[in-house]
Design a protein around this ligand. Structure first.
Ligand code: B1M
Length: 220
């Protein structure tokens, strides 16, 4: 008989075929879909994150695990309503203006989603005003910006300036990352947080959300 531990292990192994069989078996056995998500699928990704951080898993393996989790989610999602899984918070993510690199950003998106965040991925080459319009429209808790080029790093700063000019800077926390970005740079340009890898970025968001009493307070 399939168990929740088998599901977690399957996510860890990135076993796309196995996950469908296991999740369907648990559904057929009458296991609560929310339990399958929290104690099977997400629990599996929670094992992946520290292994990636410690260098015991690499980018392609983490992506396979995230794909496997998503494959399992496809089976359980129709059985639940959105209200059944409260979002941990909303985050807008994009690679900044002029920059087309998205592998690290996509990894971050997958890890954020697997940790229960609602993620709005704006993609690559995201202009300053597009970030700002998205903040106004979606009212996220956090904005994440990725830059991989020394030539586009300053677009993070110009995006922050755009948010200030449009009066929405204080409604969000801002985290930044990408190969050329440093904590010192983040401090200089007035970002709220910096991380050099995707799993620490998720931990940083968890910390920011725990410090944030309520979205209403941030937007006050
Ligand atoms: Co480009 N590229 N690239 N490239 N590329 C680099 C970045 C480069 C360092 C290579 C080199 O010369 N050694 C160099 C930049 C030099 C510099 O600015 N100092 C470079 C260059 C020059 C260029 C072009 C200008 C080349 C050219 O055309 N002459 C061009 C620019 C295009 C553009 O963006 N306008 C270009 C193009 C490309 C490809 C399209 C071919 C491809 C991108 C494909 C894609 O992303 N879909 C590409 C690639 C693949 C790379 C390298 C080889 C790998 C980047 C990568 O995906 N790493 C890269 C060299 C390198 O980094 N070793 C290079 C894996 C990924 C998981 O890591 O994105 O760093 P990374 O993400 C990490 C952390 O940084 C962090 O988490 C991730 C890990 O957990 N992180 C965040 C990332 N974003 C975060 C956001 C956060 C928090 C953490 O909060 C919001």
């Amino acid at each position: 008989m399939a168990t929740l531990n088998d599901v977690s292990q399957c996510v860890l192994d990135g076993d796309l075929d196995g996950i469908k069989v296991l999740v369907q078996a648990l559904i057929d056995d009458g296991t609560d879909p929310i339990v399958i998500i929290n104690d099977g699928l997400i629990a599996g990704m929670n094992i992946v994150a520290p292994l990636f951080k410690s260098g015991e898993m690499f980018v392609p393996e983490v992506m396979e695990s995230a794909d496997t989790m998503n494959e399992g989610m496809k089976l359980v999602k129709p059985l639940i309503t959105d209200e059944d899984i409260p979002s941990k918070g909303k985050i807008i993510i994009g690679t900044v203006n002029g920059d087309l690199h998205d592998i690290g950003k996509n990894l971050l998106v997958m890890m954020m989603e697997s940790r229960g965040y609602t993620v709005i991925d704006l993609g690559v080459d995201v202009k300053e005003e597009v970030f700002s319009a998205a903040v106004k429209e979606h009212k996220p808790n956090i904005v994440g910006m990725s830059s991989l080029l020394t030539t586009t790093m300053m677009k993070i700063e110009s995006t922050i300036k755009q948010l200030v000019a449009d009066g929405v800077r204080n409604q969000v926390k801002i985290i930044i990352g990408g190969a050329p970005v440093t904590q010192e740079f983040a401090d200089d340009i007035g970002a709220d947080g910096y991380s050099d890898d995707a799993s620490t970025a998720v931990e940083l968001c968890d910390l920011m959300m725990s410090e944030q009493s309520s979205p209403e307070e941030l937007s006050a």
